[in-house]
Ligand binder design. Structure first.
Ligand SMILES: Nc1ncnc2c1ncn2[C@@H]1O[C@H](COP(=O)(O)OP(=O)(O)OP(=O)(O)O)[C@@H](O)[C@H]1O
Ligand SMILES: [Mg+2]
Length: 342
């Protein structure tokens, strides 16, 4: 759906060159909610603005629906852009227009007949839960309501792609959740592909299928939410994961890992949904000649599913520990915990 191929964007100001986006390769599949996370200045906004050519890449290609955007004529580009909606951190509403006219604005621009606009806007306001606010002005709305208007406006032209640039960053956690629920509903009912950028891992955790982590213009890590949360490879990613899932091991536990006894090994078990880890531990203790010692355990919700993390020490003869490990490996994701706690 969206294919970034070696995308680089450089800015030159006062003979200094900044590489805002540096050789990014990413593929966003149709129907996905794809998140890009990074600290301020990482290049997220620049990257997302390349998707509708608000920024032209200095090098590389962007394919949208297999079309190479950089080779399109003005007219073709306009057609592609019409299929791409965008919502913003600060909503970007027209203060002098009512909610109704804000949502209908892209349609009036496109010369859609008044009756058709009315029908469309009313159904969109219904969809975002603002049917009773049609004649209000933006200043009469809360932040969450303004973003609902922003979403309705973005949907007016029946986009196939929705770009969200920090769409919830100006909202409190509860309002953020309600906007994320709405975005999920947008994907389900309109089958729209959503590319969202954020600096909040909570947002990624709640709504995205996949995530890419950006740092200094580069994508340093990407994968499914499950893979990235269960096995973050880069320090920056770990720091982001930690903000929603603090699985830093207590010092006393780390001490055990730093100084393992000869007859013991420490494992991290990752379990999802209904893979029941506690019976597994007691099973292992029964089936094998090992002692099991639970050092740390945590469970969070990832995309509305339980996701757990358990650190277990197995004590016993090496051959027994290895057999127990093989047994558990058939049932859950398991790895030995290294000295750094990962
Ligand atoms: N128009 C521009 N001219 C010059 N430099 C720019 C321009 N736009 C962005 N940059 C620079 O490019 C880098 C990436 O900026 P960008 O806005 O993409 O980051 P971001 O990840 O979206 O950050 P934030 O989380 O603060 O929004 C920054 O160093 C920024 O200063
Ligand atoms: Mg930005």
């Amino acid at each position: 759906m969206i294919d970034f191929q070696h995308v680089t964007k450089k800015y030159t100001t006062n003979d200094k060159t900044i590489t805002a986006v540096n050789d990014v390769n990413l593929v966003v599949q149709r129907g996905e909610i794809f998140g890009v996370i990074g600290f301020s200045g990482a290049g997220k906004s620049t990257l997302i603005r390349c998707v509708n050519l608000l920024e032209r890449p200095t090098e590389g290609k962007i394919l949208v629906n297999q079309k190479d955007l950089l080779t399109l004529s003005q007219k073709e580009l306009r057609d592609v852009r019409r299929k791409i909606g965008m919502i913003f951190q600060h909503f970007n509403l027209l203060e002098s227009k009512t909610v109704f006219h804000n949502v209908g604005f892209p349609l009036s621009l496109a010369g859609v007949p008044k009756q058709e606009i009315k029908r469309k806007v009313e159904s969109l306001l219904e969809f975002v839960g603002l049917a009773d606010k049609a004649n209000h002005y933006p200043e009469q709305l809360s932040g969450g309501q303004k973003q609902r208007v922003g979403i309705a406006r973005a949907l007016a032209t029946d986009p196939e792609i929705l770009l969200c640039d920090e769409a919830t960053s100006a909202l409190d956690p509860q309002t953020t959740s309600s906007i994320l629920d709405l975005l999920r509903k947008v994907r389900e009912e309109y089958h729209i592909t959503i590319l969202m950028i954020t600096h909040e891992m909570q947002v990624i955790k709640e709504i995205c299928d996949k995530v890419a982590v950006m740092e200094n213009g580069k994508v340093i890590e990407e994968g499914t939410i499950f893979d990235v949360f269960s096995n973050p490879k880069q320090q920056t990613t770990r720091n982001f994961v930690k903000t929603v899932m603090n699985d830093e091991l207590p010092a006393s536990v780390l001490e055990k890992i730093y100084h393992p006894k000869d007859n013991s090994k420490v494992y991290r078990l990752i379990f999802v949904e209904d893979s029941t880890e506690i019976p597994l531990i007691s099973e292992v203790a029964k089936k094998f000649d090992v002692h099991t010692n639970i050092l740390f355990g945590q469970i969070i919700e990832l995309q509305h599913q339980p996701f757990g993390n358990l650190i277990v020490e197995l004590q016993g003869a090496t051959v027994e520990i290895e057999a127990a490990y093989e047994y558990m490996k058939q049932r859950v994701s398991i790895e030995e915990v290294k000295e750094n706690g990962y």
